[in-house]
Write a protein that binds this ligand. Structure first.
Ligand code: RNT
Ligand code: ZN
Length: 419
């Protein structure tokens, strides 16, 4: 079927296909830098395992080992993905060189350590989001912001404040807001003797970090919750109730972040989006795919990804209320293909959501016509979405499905396998 025929089918349902594509092209999606190097970063010994309850598994060849390799890989992925993009950086991706004085620890990092990333963003027209890195570091005892040890906590608070300053720098330089996400893996493997203490210390530590001055229209600190991690199965200081309560009590200076890999298996973030938007003007998301114990598999075009995107669109999230970021990492397959599949799937799910006759569906629900609602929702599933997607890729000058993987395989042969 041609694009014109597909368009006519959607238009018969009252969907403006041109408007849907135009809207999608204007919505920033933050792409995590950490898929390219298995969340290693450049500031600690890459042979040490990750900590904080996250893990990459697999040893596929070609991991990016330095900023140049990571940027080159990211560039290739960008050329294969449509839509407006930001890069999501972690503090551990600071770039130390002779010009900027060499390595410093995380409590001492400065904007100058991200100058090369700013240049990279400017070259590619990207905005940037940022994350303090409260894991995979000798100063995790293993706790960070919730540690009972004053010295440990101070170190990590100073890190958080440094990250606020870096986020302000990124926002100013790139002319768009920087979402700065606070996530720690702080927690315990087994039954704690004190559940309150770490949370009170965590709350006070975030208070201190957010006492660093920033313009809330430019820097958006987020608090990301988690249910459990590997090696921290029994207790997570930054639980859902903790993170949501913090954000609710401090609406003038931060927003909540939901990662859909961080909930019990039958809970769905799609349903939590409108719940939170009832109360919060803005929320942030990490889009990922939980499977068994892992919270970070590559995003597929599965039901929940589609449902999350539907809710983002229906709730007006694309007008700035929902900050969309991706968060997955797979070291067992070609990393650039993993990246690309997840980004393209997110774009597909958003486009599908934009091609949904949401006003008509809402009307059926409000009028109590649940039969019509079911029929309409089921029949939408076989609409010729692929033709609209192909058209969108073409307009964005991005290869269509079936036309990008060869480029990745060639890069694997020419570049990745030689690392
Ligand atoms: C971990 C959290 C967190 C990290 C990144 C690297 O479970 O989802 O967001 O994945 O900060
Ligand atoms: Zn996350």
């Amino acid at each position: 079927m041609s694009y014109q025929e597909a368009k006519a089918k959607y238009e018969a349902l009252g969907v403006d296909v041109e408007a849907a594509m135009a809207k999608l092209a204007s919505v920033p999606v933050a792409i995590h830098c950490w898929q390219g190097d298995d969340v290693r970063g450049f500031d600690t010994d890459p042979s040490k395992p990750l900590t904080g309850g996250i893990q990459t598994t697999g040893n596929y060849p070609g991991r990016a080992r330095n900023p140049e390799e990571l940027m080159a890989d990211f560039e290739l992925m960008l050329s294969l993905c449509p839509g407006m993009k930001k890069i999501n950086l972690h503090a551990s991706y600071a770039i130390f060189d002779e010009e900027n004085g060499g390595w410093v620890d995380r409590d001492k990092i400065e904007p100058k350590h991200f100058k090369k990333w700013v240049d990279f963003c400017k070259k590619h027209g990207l905005g940037a989001d940022f994350n303090p890195t409260f894991f995979s570091h000798p100063k995790c005892d293993p706790l960070t912001l919730s540690s009972a040890n004053e010295e440990t906590r101070r170190f990590w608070i100073e890190h958080g404040k440094a990250c606020i300053r870096i986020s302000s720098y990124l926002a100013r330089e790139l002319g768009q807001p920087c979402i700065m996400n606070i996530w720690t893996g702080d927690g315990f493997k087994d039954i704690p003797g004190d559940r309150l203490g770490p949370r009170v210390r965590y709350r006070e530590a975030i208070d201190e970090i957010l006492s660093e001055p920033y313009d809330f229209s430019l820097v958006k600190p987020c608090i990301e919750s988690k249910v459990f991690g590997i090696g921290v199965e029994a207790y997570t200081a930054g639980s859902s109730e903790f993170a949501l309560s913090y954000a609710a009590m401090n609406k003038e200076k931060c927003i909540p972040l939901m990662d859909n890999g961080h909930y019990h298996p039958t809970e769905v973030v799609s349903d939590k989006i409108p719940a939170l938007l009832t109360f919060f003007p803005e929320i942030a998301l990490h889009i990922t795919r939980p499977i068994r114990w892992d919270s970070d598999h590559v995003v597929l075009l599965d039901d929940e990804t589609k449902e999350i995107c539907k809710e983002i669109v229906r709730c007006g999230g694309l007008d700035g209320r929902v900050k969309i970021a991706l968060d997955y990492f797979d070291a067992s397959i070609n990393r650039i293909a993993a990246w690309t599949v997840g980004v393209r799937n997110t774009q597909k799910a958003l486009l599908m959501a934009l091609l949904t006759p949401n006003d008509a569906l809402r009307k059926m629900q409000d009028e109590g016509d649940f039969t019509a609602l079911m029929v309409a929702q089921e029949e939408m599933k076989t609409l010729p979405f692929g033709d609209v997607w192909a058209e969108y890729c073409g307009r964005c000058n991005i290869p269509q499905d079936g036309a990008w993987f060869g480029t990745v395989k060639k890069y694997e042969k020419d570049v990745l396998l030689k690392r």
